[in-house]
Ligand binder design. Sequence first.
Ligand SMILES: [Fe+2]
Length: 225
Amino acid sequence: MKQLHDDLWTADSPLRFMRLELGARMTVVRLPESELLLISPIKAELSLVGETQSHGEVAHLVAPNRMHHLFIGEWKEAFPDATLYVAPSLEKKRADLEIDVVMTNSPEAAWADVVDQQLMEGFPFINEVAFFHRPSATLIIHDLAFNIGEHSPLLTRTSFRMMGAYGRLAVTPLERVLIRDKAAFRRSLEAVLEWPFERIVLAHGTVVEQDARAAFERAYAWLLG
Ligand SMILES: [Fe+2]
């Protein structure tokens, strides 16, 4: 795991989507009282579970959108007392999971003191909930943008080049098509932009540590105007 702040870690794993190696990243936030919030858990390898536990008590498991739910069941099995939260409508797609909470636009009481959240409206295929970890000024997103660069394999780099989405924080043409209600999505984006974030942790690609706000605004310039 990589530590980004006293109470913030990430862990990466390989992951293929539509034959492209995109990788996946889990975010771990340590809440006051040492409870851990795991957002978009990756495969629950024994070593990762052990390392995670060394930072606190695994108490909250979050599937942040309709795509990022593949490994959350493994963590629930390992930590049956943890509370399981999902993005809206994932409860229908994953009826097999023991879901405790379908998230809304307001942060859950368990993390509201340090983490804010925003449901991205108008993007029903993904229905992502974006998060903001206040103590580290970090925006946490999953499929809202990619940051594919030199660390990705050749086929992934080439594909993203062809889509005009290489070497920077970018939204792919496929995602653009999936945004069904642009006005509603834009209002959600504007709410995200009210958070004073200085870093972007995302699921696919390199974490943005420099000029994060400008990078995010550039990625969505086609929508924000
Ligand atoms: Fe994803």
